[in-house]
Design a protein around this ligand. Structure first.
Ligand code: ZN
Length: 149
């Protein structure tokens, strides 16, 4: 087991306190709702896609520090990305938080690497993954509701 200190890094605490892109989006053309019943995390994710590019991403919701910080960092990470780049990030983040990423690949994730410690806390994996499930759902269809169960 890792220590809690390794889980709650400064970057995660900062994004929990001051989540980026925390707002609803009037001109969104993609929306997904996510729910993690194990922890009680809920969020709504909005995207504005122009062609194949995510021009804007925003979220609102209630949940634990990990779920909020993950959603905040996710919206920052995917803005300006193409659909395939975003899908690649979803997959890499999934592998990061399940401990399946090769150590050499971790630095490529930049700030998202702060979530590497989640792999040692199985109950927190769903918290960290919730916004990413919502992202994949929003990319797949205009309106989607996902649950981590
Ligand atoms: Zn949670």
């Amino acid at each position: 087991m890792g220590s809690l200190a390794s889980l709650y890094q400064d970057l995660i605490l900062d994004h929990n306190r001051t989540p980026r892109n925390y707002r609803s989006m009037e001109d969104a053309n993609r929306k997904a709702e996510g729910h993690n019943p194990l922890c009680g995390d809920k969020l709504t994710l909005w995207l504005r896609m122009e062609g194949d590019v995510i021009e804007d991403a925003a979220f609102q919701g209630s949940g634990c520090a990990i779920s909020r910080a993950s959603a905040s960092l996710m919206t920052v990470a995917v803005k300006g990305k193409s659909r395939s780049q975003a899908e690649d990030l979803v997959e890499r983040f999934r592998r990061l938080v399940t401990g399946a990423l090769e150590p050499g690949e971790v630095p490529e994730l930049g700030k998202l690497a702060a979530f590497a410690g989640v792999a040692e806390f199985p109950l927190r994996v769903k918290c960290a993954s919730l916004s990413w499930h919502a992202l994949r759902a929003a990319l797949d269809q205009p309106e989607a509701i996902v649950s981590t169960e």
